[in-house]
Design a binder for this molecule. Structure first.
Ligand code: UFG
Length: 339
């Protein structure tokens, strides 16, 4: 197939490109490099030994979107592009609603106009209401609590309305839990701009000596050791979920939603401990206050993806840390040109 990948230069996008290319598909990336770099695509080409077409443009530029559909004639779209920082979304909500919701509407309109009806969409576990029981099952209530999460929730609702209006749409909504790790080559990985918001990139930067210590956001939660518990998933397992979803859409029309997680939880202190052991580095930390909006525990029930897609995450938390560390150690400044 010819597959258009929006946000293909980003962390999850670049890892998914490799697997889509390995399946023999032709790929074009649509990216504005707002939070990603050309270097990741260069490295994807190097690892895959395949060409990846690139259109550098914004989803808000509908004419540019239309051009890429005209030139590349995609048969399916994997849609990663979007803003994704929870804290920032509360400061600049309009940028989030524009980029994520309006950007997706532009994409869907062009797809509709061009007769492309196959879409895999990056959603997030953040769409679940915080009063659901655990583990989280796809049928549970949505109730995002920040603008970022609401953009994902609104897009899910738009996709469901679209699927209900026209049965020829084939849409996979993938709710990611906490993606970490990196490709085993150490050539591609997560390269957050500025201070990382997420725990693993922060811990990795402390391990490599770029930051003095990790601040643990609260140790008074009702969890195994009082610190927040998350369902970390290796980005290569997550990428494989996209390939499985695409295959599923070959045989099934309609809108389908799947959690992509492991079903296993790891606390902040367990993360620090495992990363220290795997990297052989000391990781100083201090206990700080809770971060606003955090929940004690987030955990997937991954059985629907297993049953429908035959997909499951196979990589352990140790492997996530080892692969993240290989990437961090060999690229201490990420994709920055001085590497
Ligand atoms: N944490 C720290 N110190 C840090 C960073 C994080 O203690 O410096 C803790 C958090 O409090 C939380 C855990 O580490 O308990 C994981 O935090 P992350 O920021 O890595 O991940 P979140 O689960 O908060 O956020 C992720 C995604 C969001 C998504 C959210 C809910 O990054 O995009 O899951 O699905 F919205």
């Amino acid at each position: 197939m010819r597959i258009l990948v929006t946000g293909g230069a980003g962390f999850i996008g670049s890892h998914t490109l490799l697997q889509v290319l390995a399946q023999g598909h032709e790929v074009a990336v649509y990216d504005n490099f707002g939070n990603s770099s050309r270097e990741s695509l260069r490295r994807v080409r190097e690892i895959a030994g395949r060409e990846v077409l690139l259109k550098e443009a914004d989803l808000l530029d509908k004419a540019a979107l239309d051009e890429v559909f005209e030139a590349f004639q995609p048969e399916a779209v994997i849609h990663f592009a979007g803003l994704k920082a929870v804290g920032e979304s509360a400061e600049i909500p309009l940028a989030y609603y524009s980029n994520n919701v309006v950007g997706t509407l532009n994409l869907l309109n062009v797809m509709q106009e061009r007769g492309v009806r196959r879409l895999v969409f990056s959603s997030s576990a953040t769409v679940y209401a915080s009063d659901n029981g655990l583990p989280l099952v796809e049928s549970m209530r949505r109730g995002a609590t920040n603008p970022y999460g609401r953009t994902k929730q609104q897009i899910e609702e738009i996709l469901e309305d679209l699927g209900a209006s026209d049965s020829s749409w084939r849409i996979a909504i993938l709710r990611y839990f906490n993606p970490v790790g990196a490709h085993e080559s150490g050539l591609i990985g997560e390269d957050p701009a500025g201070t990382p918001n997420n725990l693993l990139p922060f811990v990795a930067q402390v391990a490599v000596g770029q930051r003095p210590r990790v601040r643990v956001f609260g140790n008074d939660y009702d969890t195994v050791d009082g610190t927040g518990v998350r369902d970390y998933i290796h980005v290569v397992d997550l990428a494989a979920g996209h390939v499985s979803a695409l295959q599923y859409l070959n045989e099934h029309a309609g809108v389908h939603t799947w959690n992509l997680g492991t079903g296993r939880g790891t606390s902040v202190l367990e993360v620090i401990d495992t990363f220290a052991r795997v990297s052989g580095r000391t990781i100083p930390f201090e206990i700080g206050a809770r971060r606003l909006g955090d929940v004690a525990t987030s955990l997937a029930d991954p059985s629907k993806a297993r049953d429908d897609l035959g997909w499951r995450a196979t990589r352990s938390f140790e492997e996530m840390c080892a692969d993240h560390w290989r990437w961090q150690e060999s690229n201490p400044r990420g994709y920055a040109p001085e590497n």
